[in-house]
Design a protein around this ligand. Structure first.
Ligand SMILES: C[S@@+](CC[C@H](N)C(=O)[O-])C[C@H]1O[C@@H](n2cnc3c(N)ncnc32)[C@H](O)[C@@H]1O
Length: 392
């Protein structure tokens, strides 16, 4: 694997986190689940990838998200936000707000549409990002900063719109391996792949899966047992998080945008090495043990599991479609048309960026938008026109 070399400070930072995780593995008796490894690598206080000082977003970081590609993304999302806010309450919470770009551009567009929420709460696991979010909103929309507040935890009750872009994929997952020896094809052994610590290095280590992981793995309803050695992920953290909103939300909606698939595609027999992915300075690879704290670790989202956990918690499915369909339904084309095509110096870069958001070869199809909610009876505009490629 050829990746850019980190500077000595970054290497020392990563070595300290590696030691911290190694210590935890030792004190846990030599093994932790991959979910715990991912949690520490990303969120260990002051040391994890998101909770420490790594640059993360944008051209000088490790990956680029839709709000960073183009403000047209957030401005288009605003059309959907206007409707949900009008149908529920004039309040928003953005979860995992990253650099703050989405918040700033969305608020500016809501102002333009005379539909500003009274409060815009930001909830992020990373305290380090708070300062960055405040600075971004201060630069781009200083006069709206007074509406923004930062939350330390999920609220007890909430009415309004909850927005999360690329957050579910950043929640820890369990790794599951279906056994190598299939004496009983209908009932293969199911192992949990965790992390051990040997000679100061992380090593993969499989154990019989713990009860919740086992139950979920068995309930996947995979039609044919996957091939021996089939490896995939189970995202209990993202489904628990979704379910938590069932008792928080009075009237309103969760709008979640992320890359992933419905279950039949996620656990397709050909996807036999799962979806785990690491990002380091715009290089994508599959080695989660590489430089903990300096690289992002993600897994695709099983949207069927998100819907099931939402249903079980009393949420309705308000819509599910691809990012391309959602953005076009919400008026992406009209937003782009605000810049005349003759003004090609401004128009061309915007059109190219928009193309990235909707092209099937880029983010348009892999990324999905799902809305779950309570007390919303009207059809949401983002899901008004169907899309045959996105069914649960
Ligand atoms: C990939 S980044 C996406 C950032 C931003 N939404 C964007 O689109 O640019 C994931 C973000 O989610 C946050 N995050 C992950 N799990 C979270 C949770 N359970 N609650 C709040 N924030 C979370 C991380 O700290 C990080 O800021």
């Amino acid at each position: 694997m050829k990746l850019p070399k980190p500077d000595p400070d970054a290497l020392a930072y990563s070595a300290a986190l590696k030691r911290r995780i190694g210590d935890e593995i030792e004190s846990a008796g030599g093994w932790i689940g991959f979910d715990r490894f991912m949690e520490l690598a990303l969120y260990a206080p002051g040391m994890g990838y998101y909770s420490g000082g790594a640059r993360k977003f944008g051209a000088s970081g490790d990956f680029v998200t839709a709000p960073e590609i183009s403000s047209a993304f957030s401005r288009t999302l605003a059309a959907q936000a206007v409707q949900i806010l009008a149908l529920s309450a004039p309040q928003m919470i953005e979860v995992g707000a990253g650099s703050g770009r989405l918040a700033a551009d969305l608020l500016l567009e809501l102002e333009r549409r005379v539909a500003l929420p009274e409060r815009y709460g930001i909830l992020d696991l990373s305290g380090e990002l708070r300062e960055r979010q405040r600075a971004t909103i201060g630069q781009r929309a200083a006069h709206l900063l007074e509406r923004v507040n930062w939350l330390d935890r999920l609220p007890e009750r909430f009415d309004g719109l909850v927005l999360a872009n690329e957050v579910l994929d950043a929640m820890p997952v369990h790794l599951v391996r279906w056994g190598n020896e299939f004496e009983d094809l209908e009932n293969p052994a199911i192992f949990e792949r965790g992390v051990g610590w040997k000679n100061d290095e992380f090593v993969w280590s499989d154990r019989p899966a713990e009860v919740r992981v086992l139950e979920r793995a068995k309930a996947l309803g995979i039609e044919h047992p996957p091939a021996p050695g089939y490896l995939s992920e189970i995202g209990l953290a993202s489904t628990d998080w979704t379910a938590a909103w069932g008792s928080i939300l009075g009237k309103g909606a969760l709008l979640l945008i992320d890359y992933g698939f419905p279950r039949h595609e996620y656990y397709h027999w050909q996807r036999d090495a799962g979806t785990l992915m690491c990002h380091y300075r715009h290089h994508a690879h599959g080695e989660p043990f590489y430089l903990p704290g300096l690289q992002d670790i993600t897994a695709h989202v099983d949207f069927t599991a998100i819907v099931e956990s939402g249903f079980a918690a009393g949420l309705d499915l308000l819509g599910y479609t691809t990012q391309a369909t959602f953005l076009l339904n919400c008026g992406l084309t009209e937003i782009l048309a605000r810049t005349p095509a003759e003004d090609y110096l401004n128009y061309l870069p915007q059109a190219q960026a928009a193309q990235k958001l909707i092209s099937p070869a880029e983010m348009g199809e892999l990324f999905k938008v799902i809305a779950l909610g309570k007390g919303i009876d009207e059809k949401l505009i983002g899901f008004a026109q169907g899309d045959r490629s996105a069914t649960l």
